[in-house]
Design a protein around this ligand. Structure first.
Ligand code: THU
Length: 162
């Protein structure tokens, strides 16, 4: 599997450069994230978010935020898209696009979602868009520098618990 290591340390892309997508593919991914946003369930925040995740085999999984009356149980759009992909057996990702209704600011992923992304590698791309479809691209590593990932669990330790 192209640069993907799997095992005790989790599944992740290692030492990879991010994938160059055509302008058409980026626009399509953003459009799909905007469509996913239409399904957002956000009666509490009234803040709709959509995500579209492109896997290494070019499948697309979408997600939206799903809130709950027990506020802390709400799930972000990005995490929903990633959980859908993983539950369908896809763990290597090229890119994720994120959309919201904000007209004057790109939607940036929350810290929890950055960490969730990082589980599946640091060198894939996050397209953060404004409502008009304009966007900024950053890698997961740029969004979460000095991150803690699956590899850390396998490092040499001063004590090995039985
Ligand atoms: N939200 C996301 O789904 N993704 C983000 O990147 C930021 C925030 C959701 C969580 C909550 O349902 C609403 O937006 C307001 O925080």
């Amino acid at each position: 599997m192209d640069g993907v290591k799997s095992g005790r340390g989790g599944a992740h892309r290692e030492n990879q450069s991010s994938t160059q997508l055509s302008q058409e593919s980026v626009e399509k991914l953003i459009k799909q994230s905007q469509e996913a946003k239409e399904h957002a369930y956000c009666p509490y925040s009234k803040f709709r978010v959509g995500a579209a995740l492109l896997t290494s085999d070019n499948s697309i999984f979408t997600g939206c935020n799903v809130e709950n009356a027990c506020y802390n149980l709400g799930v972000c759009a990005e995490r929903n898209a990633m959980a859908k992909a993983v539950s369908e057996g896809k763990k290597t990702f090229k890119a994720i696009a994120i959309s919201s209704d904000m007209s004057d600011r790109i939607i940036t992923p929350c810290g929890g979602c950055r960490q969730f992304m990082r589980e599946f590698g640091s060198s894939w791309d996050v397209y953060m868009s404004k409502a008009d479809g304009s966007y900024k691209k950053m890698t997961v590593d740029e969004l979460l520098p000095l991150s803690f990932g699956p590899q850390e669990l396998t490092r040499t330790k001063v004590t090995d618990l039985p």
